[in-house]
Design a protein around this ligand. Structure first.
Ligand SMILES: O=C(O)C(=O)C[C@]1(C(=O)O)C=C[C@@H](O)C=C1
Length: 365
């Protein structure tokens, strides 16, 4: 297990669920001042103020960020709100400037995570520096690439680490700007014990509507915080105008979310224990049934071997797939689940039978 420091141990007085808010891009000192003022007026104080200083844009010609000057304006945030500040770094030069300007937390963006050369360059620039780093998922749903970027930070001694789920680029599904993949953060948490994952609904949804829904889903899945782009005048923002919300709207969103309780705060519940015991029992039954099914599959395999039949029987398989899927759907199981389950079972059947053939009939040389 890789040891790292969780958000509460970053020494910044932060805790989960971590709320990060602030504009997509720093535009002017007046803009930063106004956002802080409206956050105070709306009585919504994020734990961490986000700000984009260098913006990786899809096409040249869009606003590419204000640069170092914008970091000087972070004094306004410290003065007005007294909270730490985070910004995105995309190369070693950005790291140097961010550190010089006392940025408290860095994040690595999706377009950078995708490129191990860039990530390594950032890691090398951070060797020996004690600063928290949050790593956004890469553009494409590749868990190893995401983990690899976090590992590169860890390998140079960065211990204060977290991940950010901002969704994945999808050529076909245009319901989202970046489609969420809720199993990916769960796999990350399983593979890297204790890794906290913040959700970025703004980049997932790409517009104001839907931020609440996606934030709630993130909490339902047990994610550890939210990063929501916030601007005093979203429609006139220099970047991501459609997806930013006002401080007042942020307050409303946060007040509607049902933040789930951490495990340690939950009351031990007899009802939950009873239900879990029932599940344990049913899982045992499922395993017995699977064991029996594969015992029959092995007998069919032997029959196929003796009679020189192929392992894969497409007509039979089609029939099994269709009839079981229909039955499953009638029992309120989703078609997608049925297909994935049956596909998995079939794969295993075919592998077992092929292994039987391989082991029973060594090829004569
Ligand atoms: O019916 C067979 O021939 C089987 O071996 C069983 C089975 C299955 O798992 O249901 C496995 C492989 C075949 O492609 C079709 C079906």
């Amino acid at each position: 297990m890789k040891s790292h420091k969780q958000i509460k141990d970053w020494g910044l007085g932060l805790d989960t669920p971590l709320i990060i808010a602030g504009p997509c891009s720093a535009e002017s000192p007046e803009q930063i001042e106004q956002i802080c003022k409206e956050m105070k007026e709306a009585n919504v104080l994020p734990h961490l103020f986000r700000v984009g200083i260098w913006k990786p844009r899809t096409r040249p010609g869009s606003f590419e960020g204000i640069g170092e000057e914008g970091l000087k304006w972070m004094e306004i945030v410290r003065h007005q709100l007294n909270i730490p500040v985070t910004t995105e770094v995309g190369n070693a030069g950005h790291v140097e400037i961010a550190l010089k300007n006392n940025v408290d937390v860095l994040w690595i963006g999706a377009r950078t995570t995708v490129n191990p050369f860039a990530v390594q360059e950032i890691a090398d620039a951070l060797r020996g520096v004690d600063i928290p780093v949050m790593v956004k998922n890469p553009m494409n749903p590749d868990l190893d690439l995401w983990m690899g970027a976090i590992e590169r930070m860890h390998a140079v001694g960065i211990e204060k680490l977290a991940a950010i789920h901002r969704g994945f680029s999808d050529a076909y599904d245009k319901r989202f700007r970046n489609k969420p993949n809720w199993s990916m953060p769960m796999h990350l948490k399983r593979k890297w014990e204790g890794m906290e994952v913040i959700n970025d609904p703004s980049h997932i949804v790409g517009k104001r509507d839907g931020i609440l829904e996606i934030s709630q889903r993130a909490m339902n899945f047990g994610l550890d915080g939210l990063m929501i782009e916030t601007h005093h005048d979203p429609d006139n923002a220099w970047s991501d105008a459609k997806q930013q919300v006002t401080p007042k709207a942020l307050k409303e969103i946060l007040s509607k979310i049902d933040f789930k309780k951490p495990l340690e705060e939950q009351q031990p519940s007899e009802r939950l224990n009873d239900l879990r015991r029932a599940v344990d029992h049913m899982d045992d039954q499922l395993l017995d049934i699977l064991q029996e099914r594969f015992a029959v599959i092995d007998q069919i395999g032997e029959h196929k071997r003796v009679n020189h039949l192929t392992v894969f029987q497409s007509d039979r398989w089609k029939e099994v797939m269709e009839s079981r899927t229909q039955k499953g759907v009638k029992k309120n199981l989703s078609e997608k689940f049925m297909k994935e389950l049956l596909y998995c079972i079939h794969e295993e059947s075919v592998k077992r039978q092929e292994k039987q053939l391989r082991e029973a009939e060594p090829i004569k040389k």
